[in-house]
Design a protein around this ligand. Structure first.
Ligand code: FEO
Ligand code: CA
Ligand code: CA
Ligand code: CA
Length: 602
């Protein structure tokens, strides 16, 4: 058996068999329990979920749809308590076809019938997007939600007022009819991954914000080029039919108020979330941070689209561990950098600062506001490296290595291959490992290497590079989210594995990063058919792993021979996790613990 018994192995669980079926699976010796599902109560007094009687008012008090990022903060704050804490969860998007009766079959195939999407249903969707903060507690070895916690909060697209802060706040390009100040926006959309800051705030990353807008940008409008680069309007939803701000023909600037990193204080449920414009506007995957050795905070942020960039933000001020309040606006001042990966295994962080190099008025950048609003264009001008869809970028505090998940890029042509993106038609993605010099995350130089090129190692044309110790169950494709646990071990979750592509659903893989076993992975958990694996988050004792099962029954369903059809509310590929005839599939948070209560993975 691969790697078992090797003294250098970081993981000693018996791995799962790859496969696809209607439910989730975890390695033997572990429990995987449902913690909270779409529609479950969050705010005290929330009604029980009734799929046939959904209302926006109920959804605003209930757990939202498509849980993605999961953060954990031990309570009381500062205690690092592994058995009581706040879970901070993103609700990235909605799948109408399995949420509501009678609307169509498959959003991916664009066959949702928008005329069935009434204002009432749209308003439920807007309430189902956003985030949730809930208190959770472990008693007698079992986790549950604290139903009456004062911290429990829903953040929605429809209702939660947010402040725009930093260099773009108040800029003309952020002003709308509803907000002539350019500083106040209602809601966040398409929040993918995120981060917890060293001062215990929850960062939520707005990603594919283009999909929420429809309409046509007015002819000759100054935002035409900007909106085109972000794919605005994406026309995935018909919200613009009922809410003018999501129709770019009526409110062309509204899209500039989305695509940011949002900072939320989960310890104060009345606090106003802040969109931190200093961190740039693009399709943010996440925002994981580390306190640098000089006390400044460095955040790593990926832009998840083919041929887009890897960024980092270095705060101007230093983290103050003894005064939480002193850190609350650290993210408004600092330097945004974009990465250039050179052929030599070296690289450079290029500053995106107005007035420097080509970032001047003659190239369309009148101010730092323009630089952050069009960070992608600024990245082009400074010569950043176009990557194969940068998803999570996460530093390992034990080693100071930084892991970059690159999901895939089947559009990369042979002539565009580079050392850091070495495969044309990259269907399975890869993981890049970056090393800052002397552990200095604020430095502008770095070195880098490829940890693994993903895909089936037994198919030579794929060009995968998993360690030969990896078993036939252990390889994967499409790395997306990741988590470094408290011992510095890397865990990778995936988006896009399927019967056709990889003969398995998405899941959690444990990944060796050092020694002879570097590049060996093992399958620990897998999701039900059509779902994606998001959010892996360990408690501070590594005895609990929270994972987010996103969009069960929806993606790649037709690739599984027994499910040769699309899913709908009436006939979904799975009714996970309830398996009741009158209950649709429900995105849910799953909590994994070891049967003996010990540390996960050993
Ligand atoms: Fe929402 Fe980049 O995945
Ligand atoms: Ca993601
Ligand atoms: Ca994803
Ligand atoms: Ca997805």
């Amino acid at each position: 058996k691969a790697a078992a018994g090797d003294k250098k192995a970081s993981f000693s669980f018996d791995e799962l068999t790859r496969g696809v079926d209607r439910t989730h699976h975890v390695a033997e010796g572990y429990k995987a329990d449902i913690l909270i599902r779409w529609g479950d109560p969050v705010i005290p007094g929330a009604p029980a979920f009734d799929p046939m009687k959904q209302t926006a008012a109920a959804q605003k008090m209930q757990f939202g749809y498509n849980n993605d990022y999961v953060g954990y903060i031990g309570l009381p704050y500062g205690s690092n308590n592994p058995e009581r804490g706040l879970l901070c969860v993103n609700h990235e998007y909605t799948d109408e076809e399995v949420m509501f009766p009678g609307v169509g079959v498959d959003q991916q195939d664009k066959t949702v019938n928008f005329s069935a999407m009434t204002k009432d249903l749209v308003d439920i969707e807007m309430a189902a997007h956003g985030g949730t903060v809930i208190e959770v507690v472990k008693t007698g070895g079992k986790w549950s939600v604290v139903a009456d916690s004062k911290y429990n909060r829903r953040i929605t697209t429809s209702d939660t007022a947010m402040e725009l802060t930093g260099p773009a706040a108040g800029d003309d390009r952020l002003k709308t009819k509803a907000d002539p100040s350019g500083r106040r926006v209602i809601g966040m959309v398409n929040n993918c991954a995120g981060g917890i800051t060293p001062w215990g705030t929850y960062l939520s990353a707005e990603e594919n914000i283009n999909g929420n807008f429809w309409g046509k940008v007015p002819e000759g409008h100054p935002e035409t080029e900007n909106h085109k680069r972000m794919g605005v309007p994406g026309n995935w939803y018909n919200w613009g039919a009922y809410h003018d701000r999501f129709d770019v023909s009526k409110e062309p600037n509204e899209a500039n108020r989305f695509g940011w990193i949002v900072e939320i204080d989960p310890l104060d449920p009345t606090s106003t979330p802040k969109k931190r414009t200093a961190l740039g506007r693009f399709k943010h995957e996440g925002a994981e941070s580390i306190v640098n050795k000089d006390g400044r905070v460095v955040l790593y942020v990926g832009d998840d689209e083919r041929f887009e960039y890897v960024y980092k933000f270095v705060t101007a001020g230093k983290f103050n561990p003894s005064d939480r309040a002193a850190n609350m606006n650290l993210l408004d001042e600092g330097t945004l950098y974009v990465a250039r990966y050179d052929e030599s295994g070296k690289g450079e962080w290029l500053p995106l600062v107005h007035g420097q190099g080509k970032l001047t008025a003659e190239n369309g950048f009148k101010s730092q506001a323009d630089v952050v609003i069009q960070a992608r264009k600024a990245g082009d001008l400074v010569g950043a490296t176009k990557m194969d869809r940068p998803e999570d970028v996460e530093p390992n505090p034990k080693t100071n290595k930084v892991y970059v998940m690159l999901t895939n890029n089947t559009n990369r042509k042979a002539e565009d291959v580079s050392a850091a993106n070495p495969r044309a038609k990259n269907a399975f993605g890869h993981i890049v490992e970056m090393t800052p010099p002397d552990g200095d995350h604020a430095a502008t130089a770095f070195t880098w290497d490829i940890l693994v090129k993903c895909g089936d190692p037994s198919v030579a044309e794929v060009g995968a590079s998993f360690n030969p110790a990896t078993s036939p169950n252990g390889w994967f494709g499409m790395p997306d989210n990741c988590s470094v646990d408290n011992q510095g071990r890397l865990w990778v979750t995936t988006d896009g594995n399927s019967f056709k592509a990889t003969k398995t659903t998405d899941g959690v893989w444990a990944m060796e990063t050092d020694g002879d076993l570097r590049g060996t992975s093992k399958l620990f958990f897998r999701v039900p058919v059509g779902a994606e694996m998001c959010g892996p988050r360990f408690t501070p004792d590594d005895k609990t792993l929270f994972v987010a099962v996103q969009h069960p029954a929806t993606d790649n369903v037709k690739d599984w021979p027994e499910f040769g059809k699309s899913s709908s509310f009436e006939d979904p590929a799975t009714r996970w996790p309830d398996f009741k005839d009158d209950m649709p599939p429900r995105p849910s948070i799953v909590v994994i613990t070891k049967d003996d209560g010990g540390v996960i993975g050993v």
